[in-house]
Design a protein around this ligand. Structure first.
Ligand code: NAD
Ligand code: DAU
Length: 348
């Protein structure tokens, strides 16, 4: 049985990838390798825990010993690499954690792959990256695979750096790689430090809905399960050494998005129309806040026939419903370190 290592499988996107892969490919074994930082949570994967083709290994990609152990325990043929520090605001207050996890961790992981794989061209190393490496767009234009890298936050600089290392290992050592750069994901199980789940949680709790700056920054939102389906396709059918952009052509200003979310919440909670929106509070802008992201995913659509499965309208409603139905999950994940982070980020 083939064994694939998925790093960061206990995080938001990773858990959707793990669930999809484990259920779709029963003849393949999937090992979820995750450090379980504040953002990793095994409760999210309770439904796949007992599957015969799934294993969990608690480990840190920065630790050579952890990686050697997982490679000695399992005959790993390929890697889908999602493990990372992922939150831009945390990268502004603590960039070094991002250098360590995202840059050092990725290089360490590829080194252990090199040590274990005699012919690197026969093993896939798939790097999951972000559109933020391309920088910020003006009013016009889309990020294409050929757009030059221009990272502007410590988070995107760390992801750009790790992408460069992955390409360097392809050119230097012949590692069979794929890289995909995706836009903003939303859906169930996202840690409530990110915009959409933060707003849903605060709305329900009657707290402020904190909008950075003028609220006119634009993000291109994609349903997380559509990201997982793209990863599945690129892993199985993508070409060696290629980059694929993933996105939904679904641009929203933060303000319009929160207005729409507020309407759904009013309706779901039986509040009067216009009630939730009153909770909006404009606060100090994020340092170096990128103005606009938007993805051209035509290469993925044409070459691999990928397309998003649901509209944003449907996805947003499903997401609100999931958070309203799973308030215990939210309470559990925010019960620890998050309280200190939240105080510092929003109340100091
Ligand atoms: P997340 O923060 O929800 O999850 C990250 C996971 O990685 C967690 O389970 C955490 O425990 C694990 N992890 C962190 N450091 C680790 C380490 N040193 N060793 C082992 N595991 C470690 O992140 P996410 O939003 O699911 O993002 C997953 C990947 O997708 C990241 O590489 C991110 O850059 C990329 N990405 C995210 C988005 C998005 O919108 N969230 C969009 C495009 C790309
Ligand atoms: O584009 C892909 C990236 O999307 C991923 O690579 C990152 O891992 C992921 O975190 C996300 O980055 P963003 O910075 O775009 O996402 P975030 O949810 O933090 O913020 C979305 C927008 O909302 C952004 O313009 C900042 C704004 N925002 C965010 C928060 C948390 C607010 O106005 N208020 C907030 O409290």
């Amino acid at each position: 049985m083939k064994t694939i290592l998925i790093t960061g499988g206990a995080g938001f996107i990773g858990s959707h990838v793990v669930r999809r892969m484990v259920n779709r490919y029963p003849e393949t074994h999937f090992v979820n390798f995750d450090k379980l930082t504040y953002a990793g949570n095994l409760e999210t994967l309770a439904d796949v825990e007992s599957k015969a083709n799934y294993s969990f290994f608690k480990g840190d990609i920065c630790s050579e010993a952890d990686l050697k152990e997982v490679f000695s325990k399992f005959d790993i043929s390929d890697v889908i690499h999602l493990a990372a520090e992922s939150h831009v605001d945390r990268s502004i207050s603590g960039p070094m954690d991002f250098v360590l996890a995202n840059v050092v961790g990725t290089v360490n992981l590829m080194n252990v792959c090199r040590a274990n794989w005699s012919d690197l061209s026969k093993h896939i190393f798939y790097q999951i990256s972000t559109d933020e490496v391309y920088g910020s767009l003006g009013v016009e234009g889309l990020f294409e695979e050929t757009t030059s890298y221009d990272p502007r936050s410590p988070y995107s600089a760390s992801k750009a750096s790790s992408d460069h290392f992955v390409r360097a290992y392809h050119h230097t050592y012949g590692l069979n790689i794929r890289i995909s750069n995706c836009s903003n994901n939303y859906g169930s199980h996202q840690f409530p430090e990110k915009l959409i789940p933060l707003m849903i949680h605060n709305a329900v709790e009657g707290k402020d809905l904190p909008i950075y700056g003028d609220g006119l920054n634009i993000r291109d939102w994609l349903w997380v399960e559509d990201h997982a389906s793209a990863i599945d396709l690129i892993f199985h059918e993508g070409r060696d050494g290629e980059t694929y952009n993933i996105g939904g052509l679904n641009e929203w200003t933060n303000l319009d998005l929160i207005k729409r979310l507020s309407e759904i919440i009013d309706q779901r909670l039986g509040r009067e129309k216009g009630e939730t929106i009153k909770q909006i509070k404009f606060i100090k802008d994020r340092a170096g806040h990128d103005r606009r992201y938007a993805i051209d995913a035509s290469k993925l659509e044409q070459e691999l026939k990928w397309k998003p499965s649901i509209t944003f309208e449907e996805g947003l409603e499903k997401t609100v419903d999931w958070y309203l139905d799973n308030q215990d999950w939210v309470k559990n994940v925010i019960s620890g370190e998050y309280q200190t982070y939240y105080e510092k980020q929003y109340n100091s």
